[in-house]
Design a protein around this ligand. Sequence first.
Ligand SMILES: Cc1ncc(COP(=O)(O)O)c(C=O)c1O
Length: 391
Amino acid sequence: MSIRTRSLTSQRANQLSPSGIRKFFDLLASMEGVISLGVGEPDFATPWHIREAAIYSLEKGYTMYTSNLGMPELRQELARYLKDSYGLDYDPDSELLITVGVSEGLDLTMRAVIDPGDEVIMPDPCYVSYNSCVTLAGGEPVMVPTNQKNNFEVSAADIEAQVTDKTKAILIGYPANPTGAVMPRDKLARIAEVADKHKLLVVSDEIYAKLVYGVEHTCFATLPRMKASTVLLGGFSKAYAMTGWRIGYVAANKELIAAMTKIHQYTIMSAPTMGQVAAIEALKSGEDSSQEMVDDYNRRRRFMVKGLNKIGLPYFEPKGAFYAFPSIKATGMTSEEFAEKLLMEEKVAVVPGSAFGQCGEGYIRCCYATSLAEIEEALVRVGRFVAKYKK
Ligand SMILES: Cc1ncc(COP(=O)(O)O)c(C=O)c1O
């Protein structure tokens, strides 16, 4: 190919489709009076004591790079937190890496473990970045369908049916975005058995670990023989309302952390210093404020579920994260048509389920991390819309 006809952008970048979420929010930004059940982020500001710790650090002039791995105090606090929460021992000097959110952790993991053509098995629907991070790393995403009937839980047998000699890893994230599903320990244990039998790595995105309602979160690394073969991804964005601080972490065995650290040091250097200081405060004394927010999400969740019930949209009861994922199949519209029409006619923003994979078609994601008053008004509008179009 001559220089002139060659694309300026790489085939790898060209292969990616733009996030189905962003498209809607560009449209929404130009409209007034819209209630957004769209973006998956807390409506709370970061608790004051956490912001104050960061402000104080700025006053003291803590504005330099930190160690590539992250501040030693943060890694020690994180090791303590993982020990207290799950009984897991991670060495803060070689098994923990502080990242720019789970987003970077996910990207680093894929780049550190995937060779061209390697396959990574993941549930469909799933968080929008999973698929793309695998593709960007040169791998092949392999989707395993889940559905409302099985509570959007991915089955170990379905995963095993997709294992080939190219399979490198299983990527899961429970509590789940977009469905709000939380997988029980016994079912995760069956996935662990498959991983163990086929010597696969399990990448477990547990960013919503603290956001569970009346059920228990299982940390995948606590399952028998799983600690060494699990990459645990966690972060501060959701549980401490810290999305803008951009702090997350990877907990994994030494060999994996060493490989990821090489990539991290060339591309990022170190996660934001101010954010790391805030994360130390969150781990040291953020438990109460985090729990208050979780209790509030639970009130909103119950309200949302009651409202969906009244509207008559079939849904599966979400037990974690802050999303409901009702079916809109009764309207005969695709999820994208539904979301677009709802935005134009009733000024409510939701995300079409198809943005999260083929199995998300026929559903919409409604984020309930917004005020009860807004959820109430949004439900009135959605109810009116569904009544108009239901077949
Ligand atoms: C499942 C899941 N993983 C990861 C992320 C990214 O989180 P972070 O802000 O830590 O990069 C999100 C954000 O919405 C998410 O929903």
